[in-house]
Design a protein around this ligand. Structure first.
Ligand SMILES: [Mg+2]
Length: 242
């Protein structure tokens, strides 16, 4: 086994962080999951209620479906994330690619981290044309494992640190569009956490349409709030090529 890393480690959330909520991916995702609930024989309203309840209670609707409806998570993944028309919704973003290329890899390793399963994560990174920029690897929810952890479970973050061999939390960087996920990392002592917040835009969370809240919380509890990933250059200058 190799020695724990001396370098800084950057964890990038994927969905609605590496592409904008404006893409409509969250809306399509919400619809696919809703349709999946309908296949269980639920009515429209009951499906919406349960979808939101499981999302809120378990961090992922899927975990409620496994616990209470004994569904096959791999089948769910195929019919939900795997059925998204991602190629029509997102495309390579040269600015994002340049941002990642400007991270100094002698100082930092970049990981992508998601609550989705591996195929979805790999597909998004490939479409965005940044898969080669993720030199650390992928942290994903292993749908094949019973009781897999997801953000914001502490276990998920512990597993991510173990996989990336991070022992010094002051060298740990994280950006995510979910405030809950960011706060969880911060509460566990992760050194540099940023909330990517596209305030005013509408996204779908747990099947419900919500407006993304304001940026008034900037700096609170050690969390940086950014509206554009380019702002990472300002808040984390030490990881970029100078
Ligand atoms: Mg996200």
């Amino acid at each position: 086994m190799s020695a724990p890393t001396e370098k800084k480690t950057i964890f990038l959330d994927i969905d609605n962080t590496l592409y904008s909520t404006n893409s409509g991916v969250s809306r399509h995702m919400g619809q696919k999951i809703h349709d999946y609930f309908l296949t269980l024989g639920l009515g429209e309203e009951e499906a919406s209620e349960l979808h939101h309840k499981y999302y809120t209670q378990y961090g992922l609707a899927l975990r409620g479906l496994i616990l209470h409806h004994n569904i096959d998570p791999v089948d769910f993944d195929k019919k939900c994330d795997g059925a998204l028309p991602l190629e029509d919704l997102i495309s390579p973003n040269p600015g994002l690619r340049k941002l990642l290329q400007d991270i100094d890899r002698t100082k930092a390793t970049v990981w992508a981290l998601t609550n989705a399963y591996r195929p979805h994560a790999e597909r998004v990174l490939r479409i965005l044309n940044i898969d080669d920029q993720i030199d650390g690897g992928l942290i994903f929810c292993d749908y094949q494992k019973p009781n897999f952890a997801c953000k914001p479970d502490a276990q998920y973050y512990h597993d991510a640190l173990a996989k990336a061999q991070v022992t010094d939390l002051s060298k740990c960087y994280f950006v995510d569009d979910s405030r809950i996920n960011v706060d969880a990392a911060r509460a566990l002592g992760w050194g540099h956490v940023a909330h990517f917040c596209e305030a005013g835009l509408v996204h779908v969370e747990g099947g419900k349409v919500k407006e993304i809240g304001s940026r008034q919380v900037n700096g609170q509890d050690g969390v940086d709030v950014i509206a554009d990933l380019e702002e990472l250059r300002q808040i984390w200058p030490e990881v970029f090529i100078s």
